[in-house]
Design a protein around this ligand. Structure first.
Ligand SMILES: *Cc1c(COP(=O)(O)O)cnc(C)c1O
Ligand code: SF4
Length: 422
């Protein structure tokens, strides 16, 4: 399968874009694409987007930037700056910085070993270390809501990357609480099998007794399923997965799915089956996004289909406080209603999913419900993950606020501080 990628300069050559989009649509994509990352490939274009109804198409909205993702003042600023190259560059940088490109303290969890910083890692929860292989800091297509977008837009001061797997091994060895190693990105499976091997094999050889689970965070199953079937090094990749399992590790794919349409294709289903044959387990996660999947029907259908295909629904996330949150964001109360409505429609096998959850600096904060306590309407919150493990699963309350979209919009219902602030 020939791989064709398109970016903001070349997307006009996509046959479907030529055929279906108006000049105005194209101009708006070009403008929004100055700020938001944009990349799409021929598989997404040919198999996932219903071009006849592109305006409301969830996958079109997922990958193509558009005008409404820009706030009015930013739209205006860009328009005014178009004629002047230097001014435009400044405007783009300024807008990106105003969009909170590095939310939730990502820079503060960088681990150290023997005085050396593991720049390409994050150790936020005691069991789990994240590793960002340098060459995996890109994706097959870019989700325009993505909080990792600073990594793609070349703001190098914000880039996490790391070459040396040796340091990583040294660090894991020195931290017996670590059971899980997550390869993430971008998308680590964008790398060639040879490169992935160069990261994974030394870890297998190191035989670290407390390391149990190796995970890959990826969108490749639905953005380029040929990675596991037809690509020239697909077979070798599957063999590597098998090897990880044979070494006694639990191999988990944290697969990112936004919409049930993504795994309806025969290509995606074949990829899923090939991965499962290696003994790996696929767990699924996704953010709840307005214009893309903000309905209980979409989530219920997604979880049902995932279970049927042998996958395990894992997390529902709240759209983060970054990028075009004003466009994709959903009020917390609405997120909870969608979660509840969806989970009540599926069998117990799909009720493994947790959320809706906000990945914030203190940890993952889930909205467990809305209720009344002492005559006061409140959100009930719990932490699914916390930097401080003693806070996990302890309910706490925030004053009800029907517009709130993120933890920063909430105030404690009783007392002055949330439990994670004490
Ligand atoms: C969610 C998350 C993880 C993985 O945690 P699990 O709950 O074990 O899947 C790791 N790092 C960060 C920063 C996370 O948000
Ligand atoms: S696949 Fe994941 S990392 Fe890549 S752009 Fe989408 S959300 Fe971001």
């Amino acid at each position: 399968m020939e791989y064709k990628a398109y970016n903001i300069k070349t997307f006009k050559k996509i046959p479907q874009v030529e055929k279906f989009l108006s000049k105005k649509d194209i101009a708006d994509i070009e403008l929004a694409g100055l700020v938001f990352p944009f990349k799409v490939n021929n598989y997404v274009v040919d198999h996932l987007i219903d071009w006849k109804h592109y305006k409301d198409d969830p996958i079109f909205r997922l990958v193509f930037p558009h005008k409404k993702m820009l706030k009015r003042k930013h739209y205006k600023l860009l328009k005014e700056s178009l004629e002047d190259k230097e001014k435009l560059k400044k405007a783009i940088y300024q807008i990106r910085m105003e969009l909170n490109p590095h939310p939730a303290d990502q820079k503060s969890n960088i681990p150290e070993i023997n005085g050396k910083r593991l720049e390409g890692s994050q150790h936020k929860y005691k069991e789990t270390i994240l590793f960002f292989p340098k060459q995996g800091q890109t994706c097959h297509a870019y989700c325009s809501f993505c909080f990792r977008w600073p990594q793609f837009t070349g703001i190098s001061e914000l880039k996490f990357a790391m070459k040396e797997v040796d340091l990583l091994i040294e660090y894991i060895k020195a931290h017996p609480t670590i059971t899980d190693l997550i390869f993430t990105g971008g998308d680590p499976l964008i790398m060639s099998t040879k490169l992935i091997k160069s990261y994974v094999e030394p870890i297998l050889e190191a035989k670290i007794p407390h390391l149990q689970n190796i995970r890959f965070g990826t969108k490749t199953l639905t953005f380029w399923p040929y990675r596991f079937t037809k690509d020239h090094d697909a077979k070798e990749l599957l063999e590597l997965f098998k090897k990880i399992v044979d070494y006694g590790y639990h191999l988990a794919f944290m697969a990112h799915f936004n919409h049930p349409r993504e795994f309806k294709t025969s290509q995606a289903q074949e990829a899923i089956a090939r991965i499962q044959e290696t003994g790996a387990i696929i767990r699924t996660q996704a953010p709840l996004l307005r214009h893309i999947n903000d309905s209980a029907e979409v989530w219920a259908s997604m979880w049902k289909d995932q279970v049927k295909l042998g996958m395990v629904p894992y997390y529902m996330f709240v759209a983060r406080d970054t990028g075009a949150q004003h466009y994709f964001g959903v009020p917390l109360v609405r997120a909870w209603e969608i979660y509840r409505d969806a989970i009540s429609q599926v069998s117990g096998l799909a009720r493994t999913v947790r959320g809706p959850s906000m990945s914030a600096s203190p940890g993952k904060i889930a909205i467990s419900g809305v209720t009344e306590v002492s005559g006061k309407k409140v959100f009930v919150l719990t932490m699914l993950q916390a930097k401080n493990p003693s806070l996990v699963d302890v309910p706490f309350f925030a004053r009800f606020n029907k517009k709130a979209q993120w933890i920063s919009d909430l105030k404690p219902a009783f007392g002055k501080k949330f439990i994670f602030e004490e």
